[in-house]
Design a protein around this ligand. Structure first.
Ligand code: ATP
Length: 375
């Protein structure tokens, strides 16, 4: 969002999840809220049936004069910032993703993972980027490059976009979009319920489900979905990151990826069939998504707290599941339990999870709340 946009800035656009339907996004001075504009043939446009408008102009006029249940009155149409297309970052050298490392300035270390560090940087002194560096000798550069190879073929607003790579010398760099607020896990833990409440939590979950539904449609498997691998941008944008373990869905192999035995697994996020028989599928990602829902609703608590990985595996086999967290609505817990169906085929698709979360009714007395957070 541009700084020129003030409270009441709004945008009417096609819904991301329901093609042909309209959504209204309104900036309330702090965050952007989303509402579904309903349409019925011959009736017109409305948020609530008590106010139906023949035209969108009449709709906007009404909510400009009166908030009438919206978070704020509508004021000026949103000014859209021109974001450079990611492809602009790369120039055609060795291959179109390879860029000159001298065009990068590493400004600030953001964090580190198993394979190296992540830095905030500038490309060509102008474009902010995240730079992931590979510790020389820490792993096979081919494995690292596989992450880049997979990411560059995946383009979706809820997936971290790969911009470029520097692979011609050590340390190898992978350059992605920068997400200002870092990992979702830390973001949730730092908030611990002060600003983030159920509507925002459902919105996070819906955005992640949207990115995962895209992966599902592309026959990709993430294999490491968890709050630590979701990144937070400005204005409540959440994106799925770290496709390092993802593999192309092997349709000829019963839609299941057979993993190597020695691969380290984040046990508490991994589906039982993936732990037991190394069978990863989009359905094992759905299991992990259920654990991610637990992390979201508990502000980043450790799942199965106090239990060791091997105890978790034993208990899951006997039918044990994480109990309903104190502040977790029944409806959300029910979605988690669906994700944790012992039978992979019994788990929902990400597409279903996406629309269920987008259409999630907060059980609020206000019709607006019920329709909010629709993308
Ligand atoms: P693992 O090595 O198991 O993948 P990880 O996901 O925590 O662990 P990294 O992906 O290396 O490790 O990221 C380390 C930290 O750097 C993250 O927790 C996050 O805070 C920060 N980070 C990573 N990518 C970005 C990005 N694109 N924008 C902003 N911060 C990032």
């Amino acid at each position: 969002m541009c700084p020129e946009n003030q409270e009441g800035a709004f945008l009417i656009r096609e819904s991301e999840s329901k093609k042909g339907q309209l959504s209204l996004s309104v900036f309330d001075g702090a965050v952007v809220k989303h509402y579904r504009i309903r349409q019925e043939a011959g009736e017109g446009f409305f948020l609530s049936k008590k106010n139906i408008f023949k035209t969108l102009n009449a709709f906007v006029d009404h909510y400009t004069n009166n908030s009438d249940g919206l978070c704020v009155k509508l004021r000026k149409p949103c000014i859209k910032k021109k974001v450079p297309a990611p492809i602009d970052l790369s120039y055609k050298t060795a291959d179109q993703w390879e860029i000159d490392r001298n065009s990068l300035k590493l400004l600030k270390k953001l964090g580190y993972g198993q394979f190296g560090e992540v830095w905030e940087g500038l490309w060509n002194n102008t474009t902010p980027v995240a730079i992931k560096t590979l510790k020389p000798g820490s792993m096979d550069p081919k494995d690292f490059l596989r992450e880049a190879q997979i990411m560059k073929n995946l383009r979706h607003p809820k997936l971290i976009q790969l911009y470029a790579v520097c692979t011609l010398e050590d340390p190898i760099y992978i350059i992605t979009e920068l997400m200002r607020h870092g990992s979702l896990l830390e973001y949730l833990q730092n908030d611990a319920g002060s600003e983030i409440h159920l509507p925002e939590q459902i919105d996070m979950a819906a955005q992640v489900a949207s990115g995962m539904a895209y992966l599902e449609s592309q026959n990709y498997i993430h294999r490491d979905l968890a709050a630590r691998n979701v990144l937070v941008g400005e204005h409540n944008v959440y994106k799925v990151a770290d496709f390092g373990l993802a593999r192309v869905f092997k349709v000829e192999n019963e839609n299941v990826y057979e993993a190597k035995h020695e691969t380290k697994l984040p046990v508490k996020w991994t589906a039982p069939e993936a732990i037991r028989s190394n069978k990863f599928s989009i359905k094992s990602d759905v299991w992990s998504f259920g654990i991610l829902l637990f992390e979201i609703i508990t502000y980043g608590k450790m799942p199965y707290s106090g239990m060791m990985g091997y105890q978790v595996i034993q208990k899951l086999d006997k039918g044990y599941r994480i109990p309903q967290p104190a502040n977790c609505p029944d409806k959300l817990y029910y979605i988690m339990l669906e994700c944790w169906n012992a039978e992979p085929k019994g788990r929902p698709t990400f597409e279903t999870l996406h629309w269920k979360l987008e259409d999630y009714d907060m059980d609020s007395t206000s019709y607006i709340d019920a329709n909010a957070f629709v993308k």
